[in-house]
Every structure is written in C-alpha cells, then in structure tokens.
Design a protein around this ligand. Structure first.
Ligand code: NAD
Length: 317
C-alpha cells in the first residue's frame, strides 16, 4: 500500500487526492483552511463517478483519506509528497523547506507549480534539496494523465527516475522536461495562445465565444490525437513537414502573432468576464465541470483507441 501526502487542498490538491484514492493509495492531507476537509469531501463525491467509469483499483476507497493538523504529521511515512499551495514563490519556498525538514531524505517532493523553476523552489531546503522537483499536472488532475517532471540543479537522474515510477503508479504519463525553464513546456504553449486570444478580444476582432469556437471546431479538435507538430506534418500533404515549412514558413516572419500580452485594463477584464458568463449561459462551474469530465472520460477512451500502441509517452514521442 502506498501513501501520498498532499499539502494544500484547493483545485489541484483535491485533484491529486481523488486520483491517488482511485488508484488505491492512502492519502494524508494538510490545509490550514478549516473549511478544507468539507470542500475536499464534496470534490471527491463529484469526481468519483468519472473515476469509477474509468476503472478503480481493487482496494480504492474515499475512506483512505485523512486530514492531518500539521505538515509534519501529514508527511510522516509518505511514499510521495505533493505540494499545491498558491503560486507565490516565497510561500512555496517556505512550505517546501518545512516539508523537506520533516520528510525522510529519500522521499520525492513534487511541486505542482505552473511556472517556477525547481532550483528556485529548492533554495531554502536544507536536508535533501535535490528531491524537491516540479511535478506539474493539469486540471482536472484526476482525469488528465500528463505530469511534467523537472529536476533542479541538485537533482540526480536517479531521483527523476524514482519520480517517474511513482507517478506511473498513479496511472499518469510523466514527461521529463530536459531543462528547467519558467512555465515548463505545456504552460508556455497555452500562454502563447492565451495572449493572442486576449489581443483578439481587446482589439475587437472576436468575442470570447467566437475564439472558443475557432479552437473547439477547428484547430483544437485535432490536438488530442496529434498535437502541433504531427498535425502540421499532415498539413504538408504527402511530402509532410518539409513542404509545410516551405509553404507556410514565410508567414512566420510577418508575424501574425503579437507575443507580448495586452495590458489587462478594466475594460478588457470586463469584456472577457462578460463573454465567459454569456457562454456559460447561467450554468454553474460545477455543471460545466460535470460536462467536461463526462467528455474527458470518453475522449480518453477514443485517444487510447487511436494510439493502441502507446503504452507510455514513449509510444508517441
Ligand atoms: N488551477 C490550475 O489549473 C493549475 C494547474 C496546474 C498547476 N497549478 C498549480 O497548483 C498550485 C495550486 O493551485 P490551485 O489552483 O489549486 O490553487 P487554490 O487557490 O485552489 O488552492 C490553494 C490551496 O492552498 C491552501 N494553502 C494556503 N496556504 C497554505 C499553507 N501555508 N499550507 C498549506 N496549504 C495552504 C489554500 O487554503 C488552498 O486550499 C499552484 O502552484 C498552481 O500554479 C494550478
């Protein structure tokens, strides 16, 4: 039986809890917010339907979760520790130092950070800083399989290899990022798209709904299967990527995209928020979460059907 310690139980921490419970792990959580246990309970109640559809481990049970009242108690005896406190570097450094001081030196401590580099996260850790790595998941963590693993300056290859095995045991697909950079890989890609989308709204070219339609019915529909590069390889016809680059390469110099984010003025914020509320059409985030989860469960099966040879990420990269 394996045990996960989860520090910080917001959207992402709760996602880790639900995933680990579904895989039959014990979970011990810590969060200073007195409302946290109740919030986690209703989060698990909601996630369990999708997890059951995907298939639970034989001994999986929501009963395997307990809350501890200190970080020290939460990490005691853990096989893996996942930190999910708010995205502020000084806070993360302080919490990771406390976790590092309390945990046995060979236990991997993964941070869910969306953008910080592991070497910066390790700064205040005294005991075994190399085992503090980035383990960046995607929302909803209990359904999306990717976790980006990034080691810092003092991380050994063996520690990343250990982390790979642990996250695989949580039914994830670890992607080891070769070099630490802010935003890792996927968030860099998502932010580039996000900046351009904000420009298009700001310049009055499109509404939030129109931009989402362009993604949902156009470019995005292919991405679950092939991603950016293989999609463009097919766009070059029989000669593939070489022809695609000859044909569309010159457009890269125009350039179509702005790269720098627009200023988040009150006007832009109001436009984006009103646009999203219009799209939600009175449906709560919980209702939309449910719809997304049902969709993702089916989509994961479809992806598996079309990449049957892909046992792990190696099968696709
Ligand atoms: N939301 C996303 O889509 C997403 C995706 C991937 C990674 N992340 C990363 O995950 C991390 C958490 O993000 P989130 O969206 O879950 O945030 P959140 O605000 O939903 O949750 C943060 C939780 O941390 C708790 N917390 C605050 N101070 C704490 C402390 N001292 N000790 C323990 N817990 C404490 C809060 O009570 C809260 O429950 C961030 O680093 C973020 O970058 C977020």
């Amino acid at each position: 039986m394996s045990r996960l310690a989860v520090i910080g139980t917001g959207v992402i921490g709760n996602g880790w809890i639900a995933r680990a419970l579904a895989q039959g792990w014990d979970v011990v959580a810590f969060d200073p917010d007195p409302q946290a246990p109740a919030r986690t309970q209703s989060f698990i109640d909601n996630a369990w339907a999708s997890l059951t559809q995907l298939g639970l481990a034989p001994d999986a049970s929501p009963e395997r979760l307990t809350f501890a009242d200190t970080i020290e108690k939460a990490v005691d005896g853990a096989d893996l520790i996942q930190e999910n406190v708010p995205e502020r570097l000084p806070l993360k450094q302080e919490i990771l130092a406390a976790i590092d001081a309390a945990a046995a030196p060979d236990v991997i401590i993964g941070s869910s950070t969306s953008g910080f580099k592991p070497t910066d996260l390790q700064q205040q850790c005294q005991k075994a800083p190399g085992r503090v790595i980035v383990a960046h998941p995607f929302n909803p963590v209990y359904l999306l399989p990717l976790v980006e693993l990034v080691g810092g300056e003092s991380t050994q290859t063996a520690q990343i290899a250990t982390a790979q095995k642990l996250y695989q045991a949580l039914a994830m697909r670890p992607l080891v990022v070769r070099r630490e950079i802010e935003g890792h890989i996927a968030d860099r890609l998502m932010e580039a798209l996000w900046r351009e989308a904000l420009h298009l709204v700001n310049d009055g070219v499109a509404t939030t709904e129109e931009i989402d339609a362009a993604v949902v019915y156009g470019c995005g529909l292919r991405w679950p299967l092939m991603g950016t590069f293989l999609t463009f390889h097919l766009a070059g016809g029989e000669p593939g990527m070489r022809h695609m680059l000859e044909q569309f390469g010159p457009a890269l110099k125009l350039p179509w995209t702005k790269l720098e984010a627009p200023e988040l003025t009150d006007e832009l914020i109001d436009k984006v928020v009103a646009g999203c509320e219009h799209q939600a059409a009175g449906r709560s985030v919980a209702t939309l979460d449910r719809r997304r989860d049902d969709f993702l469960v089916e989509l994961l099966e479809v992806v598996q059907k079309y990449w049957p040879e892909a046992e792990g990420l190696e099968g696709r990269i």
